[in-house]
Ligand binder design. Sequence first.
Ligand code: CTP
Length: 419
Amino acid sequence: MTAALEPGRQQRRVLLIIGGGIAAYKVLELIRLLRKEDVNVLPVLTRAGAEFVTPLSVAALAGAKVHEDLFSLTDEVEMGHIALARAADLVLVAPATADLIARAAAGLANDLATTLLLATTAPVLMAPAMNVRMWQHPATQRNVRQLMADGVTFIGPEKGEMACGEEGPGRMTEPADLLHAVLERLNEAEFRFSSSEERPLTGRHVLITAGPTHEPIDPVRYIANRSSGRQGFALAEAARDLGARVTLVHGPVNLPCPAGVHCVAVETAEEMLRAVKDALPADVAIFAAAVADWKAKHTADAKLKKDAEKNSFTLELEKNPDILSHVGHLEKDRPKLVVGFAAETGDPVAAAREKLRRKRADLIVANDVSPQKGVMGGNFNEVILVSGKEEERWPRMMKNAVARRLMEKIAGILQDSDK
Ligand code: CTP
């Protein structure tokens, strides 16, 4: 799967809903980039959006009529709003404001934009842009989780200095990255199977671990890490879409369980190991969890008090079980394919090779998490697949595109091993 549209294909159409935020000006550049890639843009401008960019500039760049009004007689005669919703291969909301996100999450249809979002059957991509506090508000986060559970994909917001002068997540993703995401999503949307028999993972059981683990120190404290679980959850969705029965064993995360996936929520590495053993046998096991390497040797039953006399405190740690290594070394019930991840800041290939051997994995997905790559907490990932024989470098792409391509690769390996 490549990001660029392949020549000779039918022109694809993106319904572009422009919300009311200062980032709307960046959408003009995005329209230009989309047109350059031969993508047709059907622009929809909300009333608030029209306060930031004019219909004339949008129409001129898109080379198409700008739709603004749900109750426009002429628009309804030319192309009704239901037909407009159906005409798109993809819907992109940019900038997606807090208000637009809230109305979409509630399923309202009180203007053209929200009506189209309810009426469309195409994949929906949202690029939020708002003040950092508005983004972090529990109401916005609740709405985002709801939309994610409904199948909407979010790209951004990015961290940085904002028009309002504050710093933090809230900036809309840059047009070049949005273009990339749109092209990837269009290519994915084409990837459909007409019947379940055609799905390459039908009849297979895929076991996935995801997220961090929490290792208790006392009843109120624990050791944790910053893993969001996003890559593992995206893998579970991709495996499900390819027809697999999926068990997703995950640590504490802020993500809804994907529809059609069997989720097992755990806290500690020990619990994760137990849940993985219970879920076997599986055809494939993918270990995307960021398991804590260490746990407290003794967990206190009561909250630890600080000793006023002492300026330091020593917490004795002991090794957690290595879940990937345990499954990789199984004699009985070892999955046909055992896949691990390796997030590295040094040489990812050398480290992945060492992990492949030590943990007896068949494949390691290595990624460079150096800060300049912007992988941690971001939407994009750049991975290198390391197996016994070879290494394969993939270009930078969205995390769910990595998941889709990885599951396709795994399906291919399983099919070859059956021959
Ligand atoms: N892993 C696991 N159980 C553990 C630690 C890691 O299943 N206790 C899995 C991870 O899910 C990942 C792979 O092993 O698929 C590599 O994890 P990583 O933390 O990079 O490896 P470590 O063995 O902990 O090596 P490092 O010294 O680099 O931390």
